[in-house]
Write a protein that binds this ligand. Structure first.
Ligand code: PAF
Length: 255
């Protein structure tokens, strides 16, 4: 497995790749959800490259960025074991030579759901994903359906800008107790981790969005939103403390 730390190393790798290339962009703190994307890429393409980059422009809360888990050594071991051919580890200078003077901005869906509660988040996501896709030039790129809104916005961006890449969405991977796997789960206290499966359980109940939101509040979750759209129910809740909130998102077929 090659470790690529500079643009020159990435370009050299890209020129030498033979056959198709699958790409899994991540922010590290890898779990089985990320690995499911890697396996999908391994199955669907001849080579898989993963990027690990905690993108500051998609964080609208400095504490959230500071607390984002960093498990690089363990991540690299998991990726090596999963048969990845290269890992790209850019830094801010490589990603933002323009110091974020240019951005990719979607004007409608990005303002809803998570976008309503995290202003600027999707602009940061779309900007860094476009940069990464332009640099890596994969045949296919893999994203998890837990971040369903992100996936839809990336599909929209790729279509709008005629980008030559196939976007593949992969199903949510859950813990045995139903909690959707997320890097942020590492930041849950023991007590919050025990309570957290209630989020998915209640979100999956039948009823309208208001009653589900009320049920979540009653169970002690601080609700950002519960919204049904196109047959899916989307939810976000805050756990943790006011100073160090841990935001969980999930989506399920609406009942
Ligand atoms: O889903 C993520 O981990 C991030 O939003 C992504 C796609 C790697 C962009 O930073």
């Amino acid at each position: 497995m090659k470790l690529l730390k500079s643009l020159a190393e990435l370009r050299e790798y890209r020129e030498a790749v033979s056959g198709s290339l699958g790409f899994v962009p991540t922010m590290g703190a890898l779990h089985d959800g990320h690995l499911s994307l890697v396996y999908a890429s391994n199955m669907g393409t001849d080579n898989t490259i993963v990027s690990i980059y905690v993108n500051p422009t998609q964080f609208n809360n400095a504490n959230d960025l500071d607390n984002y888990p960093d498990t690089l050594e363990a991540d690299l071991q998991k990726l090596e074991a999963a048969g990845v051919s290269a890992v790209y580890l850019p830094d801010y200078q490589q990603m933002y030579p323009d110091d974020f003077a240019y951005e990719v901005n979607e004007k409608t869906f990005s303002a809803e759901l998570c976008g309503e509660h995290r202003p600027g988040h999707f602009t940061g996501v779309l900007t860094v994903v476009m940069k990464l896709l332009n640099l890596v030039r994969p045949d296919r790129a893999y994203f998890g359906e837990k971040d369903y809104q992100q996936l839809e916005l990336i599909r929209g961006m790729v279509a709008a800008f005629f980008m030559d890449v196939e976007i593949i969405g992969c199903p949510i991977v859950r813990e045995d107790d139903g909690l959707a796997m997320s890097s942020r789960n590492l930041n849950l206290s023991e007590c919050d981790r025990k309570r957290s499966p209630g989020f998915h359980r209640i979100l999956s109940l039948g009823g309208d969005d208001e009653s589900i939101a009320a049920e979540l509040q009653n169970a002690g979750f601080n609700v950002d939103y519960v919204t049904t759209r196109a047959g899916r129910r989307f939810g976000a809740v805050l756990m943790g403390t006011e100073a160090n909130p841990v935001r969980l998102i999930d989506n399920v077929p609406a009942r």
